[in-house]
Design a protein around this ligand. Structure first.
Ligand SMILES: CC(C)(COP(=O)(O)OP(=O)(O)OC[C@H]1O[C@@H](n2cnc3c(N)ncnc32)[C@H](O)[C@@H]1OP(=O)(O)O)[C@@H](O)C(=O)NCCC(=O)NCCS
Length: 207
């Protein structure tokens, strides 16, 4: 059986959530904490999927997946879905679909009408769930536009094609902004052109 919980109301899962996220997208504990601490009922919002079982009269709760949603200020009633993750050993069992359904239902309940996300390599998973291609959008509260591996917003003015907004569904937070600012100040080579991978942007209307 599964239950869904928010991190802001269930802080006892804090370290387990960070460990889960870092197992897929390694980041410092501190930067994860900053991102998770923003979770609140009005968004941004981290949802956890927990498997519950009873063995020897003891209940066992295991965090098996997570996802996050945040508002998109530039588009009315739209939100950004990120950090969609199922623990490795539980993939391919329909759990990814389950947490996406839950996220979509919560989003609808909160009055949102459309969900956006970006991905490098899970486009087909999202397409199976009814997401369709769309233009890149500008982003949100967990996320900012400067810098991760896939970011091309790095002073390369030859990139005015509306695509310089590459938060690919997981790894962006304010800490990265601060980090990249520090890199600029202390010489992290941010003026060099980086190799970039353009993520796919997808969206789904919630009915
Ligand atoms: C992407 C992820 C969340 C999918 O979760 P999952 O539990 O393995 O997926 P499910 O078993 O629920 O799959 C649901 C459907 O999508 C399909 N699917 C899942 N992954 C797929 C893929 N990579 N390509 C094509 N189809 C895929 C399944 O076949 C299934 O289809 P069906 O219901 O018609 O049989 C999981 O693989 C994961 O955590 N990956 C690592 C983190 C990640 O990349 N997250 C996405 C960031 S953009």
């Amino acid at each position: 059986m599964f239950i869904f919980k928010t991190i802001h109301n269930n802080k006892e899962y804090n370290d387990e959530l960070i460990e889960l996220l870092n197992s897929q997208w390694p980041r410092s504990f501190y930067s994860r904490q900053i991102s998770i601490d923003k979770s609140n009922e009005n968004l941004p919002y981290y949802l956890m999927m927990i498997m519950t079982a009873t063995a020897d009269h003891q209940s066992i709760n295991e965090l098996v997946g997570c996802a996050s949603i945040s508002k998109i200020n530039s588009i009315e009633n739209a939100l950004l879905i990120e950090n969609v993750l199922i623990k490795k050993q539980y993939r391919g069992k329909g759990y990814g679909r389950l947490i996406m359904n839950k996220i979509e239902n919560i989003s609808k309940e909160k009055g949102f009408k459309v969900g956006y996300l970006s991905t490098n390599d899970q486009k087909d998973f999202y397409k199976t769930l009814g997401y369709i291609d769309c233009e890149p959008i500008s982003t949100s509260s967990f996320v900012q536009t400067t810098n991760n591996n896939n970011n091309n917003n790095n002073n390369n003015n030859n990139n005015n094609n509306n695509n310089n907004n590459n938060n690919n569904n997981n790894n962006n937070d304010d800490h990265q902004d601060k980090t990249s600012n520090l890199l600029k100040i202390f010489g992290g080579g941010s003026l060099k052109k980086r190799e970039t991978i353009e993520p796919f942007w997808l969206k789904k209307e919630f009915f």
